[in-house]
Design a protein around this ligand. Structure first.
Ligand SMILES: C[S@@+](CC[C@H](N)C(=O)[O-])C[C@H]1O[C@@H](n2cnc3c(N)ncnc32)[C@H](O)[C@@H]1O
Length: 205
């Protein structure tokens, strides 16, 4: 097995600078768009998109009138791209930050996952689930897409299976939806799980 590169700020910033962003769908993906469309009228919910990259989901929600959308990413280039496309996106809600260093105050109502989990060193998966739970209010939602497939090449992206993922999320979340996505982008069809999990009232120590 090939060693995992250091997936740090320099690594991700360089991927944007040299244009190696194969994960970038160029727009919001259908599963997330349809989920957002059924949320109803915009309200004051605090929404976090970690590892947001160019942040098409944030752009979509912002243009739909949601005021409390935050993105977090390590790579300045990713956030600059979002800011340039959407100049009126609140600058204070563009967090140039390590997701794992975010503090849970105030808590979020919704966290959106889109090709961030698969970009992390797999050893961080338990910490990802815990940090999502820590940042959400009790009953808050973690939703989005996870790859339910293995990749032939060394990651990122790193693949996995729903059985594996279940073990990370079960301590912190009640499972609403955890099944194959039905409206993935064509190259991802049959290889994605759509998840919608609710944070438990209390978290384990
Ligand atoms: C594979 S890209 C996905 C970007 C975006 N979600 C998309 O679908 O286009 C992973 C993103 O996560 C960011 N990232 C990686 N580790 C991070 C961390 N610990 N905290 C915040 N962002 C991180 C990278 O800079 C990169 O923009």
């Amino acid at each position: 097995m090939q060693p995992v590169p250091a997936l740090d700020t320099a690594y991700w910033q360089q991927r944007y600078e040299i244009g190696q962003t194969g994960w970038d769908a160029g727009g919001i993906t259908p599963p997330l768009r349809e989920y957002f469309n059924q949320l109803g009228l915009p309200d004051s919910r605090r929404i976090l998109i970690p590892g947001a990259g160019r942040g098409y989901e944030a752009e979509y929600l912002h243009r739909a009138g949601w005021p409390g959308v935050f993105v977090a990413d390590l790579a300045p280039a990713a956030l600059e791209d979002l800011q340039a496309r959407v100049p009126d996106f609140p600058a204070v809600q563009l967090l140039l930050a390590d997701f794992f260093a975010l503090e849970p105050a105030p808590l979020f109502d919704l966290i959106v996952e889109q090709t961030f989990f698969c970009a992390l060193n797999p050893g961080l998966r338990p910490a990802y689930a815990r940090q999502c739970a820590r940042l959400l209010r009790p009953g808050g939602t973690l939703m989005g897409l996870l790859f339910d497939t293995e990749f032939a090449q060394a990651g990122p992206p790193f693949g996995g299976s729903r059985e594996e993922y279940r073990t990370y999320f079960e301590p912190y979340f009640d499972f609403g939806h955890f099944a194959a996505a039905i409206n993935s982008l064509p190259p991802r069809q049959g290889r994605e799980l759509f998840i919608c999990l609710k944070r438990k009232a209390t978290l384990p120590e």
